[in-house]
Ligand binder design. Structure first.
Ligand code: AHR
Length: 517
């Protein structure tokens, strides 16, 4: 080699090794696969809040200008079916602990009204009640998750709700009432929440007190042996309240519960949430810090559960999660209506990867909320409807429903802003019943593409295809004027050789790959 070329070679070597260090490597260990990703991780949440139910899912019996069946919007129904909703939580949230289900059954003109005190003191006319909700779930192919009123209800009221919805015909006054209200056969209602945020709007209880109340309510819902096969979910911790989880695991008899909840929102500051669309990179970075904190929360709550339940018979149900910002200017602050940008796609993709990777303990999660509220998958305005970036992530990820989790190890490059860094890339992988392997990947860095090399030990593939969600700017969103600005596109940026993959993820993108033999 000529002498003068030596410095050039040295510089190139340094540059190549830096580039290598900045890359992300992923190893997928097919032989170690053992857990199934419950499709219920892809669950949703609908509360009597703002325009989630009224105007979003349901428009009542009088509006004919919007196509509907029994008041359910057909455009929303079709979109949700395509995305797949495995489980839907209702009627709250905070609203659930003020809700008396008997007010919402029977002839609509006889149903009493109430004030929705948590959400703007609006008049709730109870026209959407138990029958309407459970019929909607049947149409969607979703399992209902009823959130019982423990804060201001009674054990008898909750026990009657179980009988009204699930007991066989002619087994008592509640099933007679069901028949009188036009429904003969029971619905399938497995999931029951016993209160919501008992530490807050559900009664401001201390966990020791709630544990006792829980035992009382759980006792009267079914018999000694739970022959109704109810899946009972206790109101769980807020964020990092590990004491809450510890006490519930210690105090609740194993025969009386199946899961503990957990609520964690990706909020910057409860007193200064920031705008949903015109946010800065600093605000984006903080949102992603909060979103990625989910990994630590799930890990630590699971570790406490492991102490009491090493066989992992009890589940963690993250029954409220998502981004929470200031409401859209000019809208009712109590209605929590916010736009949904590529930032929300980053939250959704990252949190779903976390839930998938913890499939041994996380068996359910419910994004807050399904339509028009918080990190919604659908927004409506009169007869118009749009699908948000979060919808597209949920739809792209539905390949993971009930698939076998393939454990991954990841060494990610950093996304750095100022003096702080986050892991730029997160991922999860699964193999479905047809033998197709899917890998979902998120690059949260809004400025840099990421180069990835993925090694899949114990398998080799011949074909690869993919879909990508991206947009020019992190702040981009789908509007009613431009509803398809952001939508999935085909992705052909991955190369495969046997069991090795190389690819590049554009800035702020979500990619789902499908690999087959
Ligand atoms: O999702 C909105 C509200 O957030 C719910 O009603 C409550 O449970 C939580 O605080």
């Amino acid at each position: 080699m000529k002498k003068h070329l030596l410095p050039v070679v040295a510089v190139l070597t340094i540059l190549i090794s830096c580039a290598k260090k900045q890359g992300t490597t992923i190893t997928i260990d097919v032989a170690a696969a053992k857990d199934t990703i419950s499709k219920n991780i892809y669950g949703h949440f609908s509360e009597h809040l703002g325009r989630c139910v009224y105007g979003g899912l349901y428009i009542g019996d009088t509006i004919t200008s919007i196509p509907n069946r029994n008041g359910i919007r057909l455009d929303v129904l079709a979109a949700l079916k395509k995305m797949k909703v495995p489980v839907l939580r209702w009627p709250g949230g905070c609203f659930a602990d003020t809700y008396h289900w008997k007010d919402g059954v029977g002839p609509k003109d006889k149903r009493p009204s109430m004030l929705n005190v948590w959400w703007g003191n609006t008049k709730e006319d109870n026209s959407f009640g138990t029958n309407e909700f459970l019929n909607l779930c049947e149409e969607l192919g979703a399992e209902p998750y009823l959130s019982g009123n423990v804060g201001s209800g009674t054990p008898g009221e909750l026990s009657d709700w179980v009988k009204y919805t699930t007991h066989p015909n002619a087994s008592g006054p509640m099933t007679d009432l069901r028949m009188a209200n036009g429904r003969t056969a029971p619905w399938q209602v497995r999931f029951w929440g016993l209160g919501n945020e008992a530490w807050g709007c559900g009664g401001n209880m201390k966990v020791e007190h709630y544990a006792n109340i829980y035992r009382q309510y759980a006792t009267f819902m079914t018999d000694w042996n739970n022959s109704d096969k109810l899946y009972r979910i206790a109101s769980g911790a807020s964020d990092d309240d590990y004491h809450w989880t510890e006490v519930l695991m210690k105090e609740l008899p194993a025969s009386m519960f199946d899961a503990l909840g957990l609520h964690h929102y990706s909020v910057i500051d409860w007193n200064k949430k920031g705008p949903a669309t015109a946010f800065s990179e600093e605000q984006y970075f903080t949102t992603m810090q909060r979103a990625l904190l989910m990994e630590e929360l799930v890990t630590k709550h699971s570790a406490i559960m492991d102490k009491y339940d090493p066989e992992k018979k009890k589940a963690l149900a993250v029954d409220e999660w998502g981004g929470w910002y200031d409401v859209e200017p000019g809208t009712n602050p109590a209605f929590l209506f916010q736009q949904n940008t590529m930032r929300d796609a980053m939250i959704a993709g990252s949190n779903l990867n976390i839930f998938n990777n913890h499939a041994d303990r996380v068996k359910m999660a419910n994004l807050a909320q399904i339509v028009n509220v918080l990190q919604a998958v659908i927004l409506t305005e009169g007869d118009k409807m749009l699908l948000t970036p979060t919808y597209h992530v949920m739809e792209m990820y539905n390949v993971h429903h009930d698939a076998l989790l393939l454990p991954i190890r990841i060494t990610s490059a950093d996304y750095t802003l100022g003096k702080e860094s986050l892991k730029a890339v997160n991922a999860s992988a699964s193999r479905d019943k047809n033998g197709i392997t899917h890998i979902s990947l998120v690059n949260i860095d809004p400025n840099k593409e990421q180069t990835l090399s993925i090694d899949i030990s114990g398998a080799s593939y011949k074909t690869i295809s993919g879909r990508i969600l991206k947009s020019a700017r992190m702040q981009d969103y789908n509007s009613f004027d431009n509803p398809e600005k952001i939508k999935p596109a085909a992705y052909d940026g991955a190369k495969i050789a046997g069991n090795k993959l190389t690819l590049t993820l554009p800035p702020a993108s979500v990619v789902v790959l499908a690999l087959a033999n």
